[in-house]
Write a protein that binds this ligand. Structure first.
Ligand SMILES: [Fe+2]
Ligand SMILES: [Fe+2]
Length: 171
């Protein structure tokens, strides 16, 4: 059984994952609007992944006898200055989420809630991957600088990302 405090904390994280999905979907729409379909594709699957994170929390809260309490999801930005600005915002967001997950782990340990701690370890590893993948794209965008050809090359690479994952994530 979850304590009320832990239940609330997990519900907050559920909301944060839904917001991540919202944010990346908004980024997908932005990339679509500037005809960078590869970038858009990458964000589409990124958004889907966030929804699976939300559902993991959803299922876990219920399986521990807790109550899922869905709350309002904040509206994400809809416009960015450039693909570089999008990926800077993405890395910043993922770092923030890593902080949230780490705080949750701290809470679980303090409460001696081992089941929640073990459950959260998946998210700890996932955040390492998320930061690495996003950071990788960001590095490419920085290296490219003003060269338009580079942008289309990265776009082609990001078009390869599929639901199961890896193609563009390993770049
Ligand atoms: Fe996530
Ligand atoms: Fe994420």
């Amino acid at each position: 059984m979850l304590t009320e405090k832990m239940e609330n904390a997990l519900n907050n994280q559920l909301n944060a994952e839904l917001y991540s999905g919202y944010l990346y979907l908004s980024m997908n729409a932005y990339f679509k609007s500037i005809n960078l379909d590869g970038f858009a594709n990458w964000m589409y699957f990124q958004a889907q992944e966030e929804l699976t994170h939300a559902m993991k929390l959803y299922d876990f809260i219920i399986s521990r006898g807790g109550r899922v309490k869905l709350a309002q999801v904040e509206a994400p930005p809809t416009l960015w200055d450039s693909p570089l600005a999008v990926f800077e915002a993405t890395l910043e967001h993922e770092r923030k989420v890593t902080g949230l997950i780490n705080d949750l782990v701290d809470r679980a340990l303090e409460a001696h809630d081992h089941a929640t701690n073990i459950f959260l370890q998946w998210f700890v590893s996932e955040q390492v991957e998320e930061e690495e993948n996003v950071g990788g794209v960001l590095e490419q965008l920085k290296l490219m600088g003003e060269a338009k050809g580079g942008l289309f090359m990265i776009d082609r690479e990001l078009a390869k990302r599929s639901p199961t994952g890896a193609a563009a994530e390993s770049t």
